[in-house]
Ligand binder design. Sequence first.
Ligand SMILES: Nc1ncnc2c1ncn2[C@@H]1O[C@H](COP(=O)(O)OP(=O)(O)OP(=O)(O)O)[C@@H](O)[C@H]1O
Ligand SMILES: [Mg+2]
Length: 240
Amino acid sequence: MIQIQNLTKKFGNFTAVDDLNLQVESGELFGFLGPNGAGKTTTVKIISGIMSPTSGGVYVDGVSVARDPVLAKSRIAYIPDEPFVYPHLTGWEFLRLMGDLYSVDVDAQLKEIPALIETFELKEVADELLQSYSHGMKQKLLIASVLLRKPRVILFDEPTVGLDPKSIKKFKDLIAEQTRKGVSVFMCTHILDMAEKLCNRVGIIYRGKLAACGTTEEIKKHAGLDGNLEDIFLKITADE
Ligand SMILES: Nc1ncnc2c1ncn2[C@@H]1O[C@H](COP(=O)(O)OP(=O)(O)OP(=O)(O)O)[C@@H](O)[C@H]1O
Ligand SMILES: [Mg+2]
């Protein structure tokens, strides 16, 4: 569903992503791990089409993000690490706007938006302006807007930052439900415990290069390492 081919991104002389090759299947939850500054956010920005690569490319469901950006973007939902919402809209208006922008049938919107507001416990603030929302509330609203759209690929950049424990649990359940429906989820995270428990496969990016990729078991075997994902991560990303 997501194919990343020889992807390189340079900022001046600095190579942030270095010849990255990766594939994520339909219905797979892929965890993208790596230390601060490793190149995770740069990679998801390129997959989403909001940043151009220096070389190489990304295909989503066979569609080139660079050559056919509108079609590719119609299949992708991206939730950045800093949730951006229009401050002068209410929660309800924001969801209606996203529904209209992504051509969700109005009847479906009117049925699904109240259910999503209920699910994410945003009922009390649904008619408040988004400028008054907390970080976690904005994050939940963005996740709700993504579910309304029914994309084939969801890109999350550190999705659980700012969410309370109950919302994290709900998030995990909803992601499992999405992957069961065949949606591919690409998730950047620093929470190794969550990645080990939830992800079908993980990739560890280190200084722009893919240092390891596979199931935790496969990575352990390949690297000849023992322990949990945290132990492996710390060994793979240790400075020589
Ligand atoms: N617009 C930019 N201009 C110059 N350098 C950039 C730009 N964006 C990112 N970088 C650099 O590219 C590298 C990778 O950054 P990126 O944001 O992808 O890291 P990350 O893996 O998401 O890190 P974190 O875990 O801290 O979110 C960093 O060294 C960063 O300083
Ligand atoms: Mg980042």
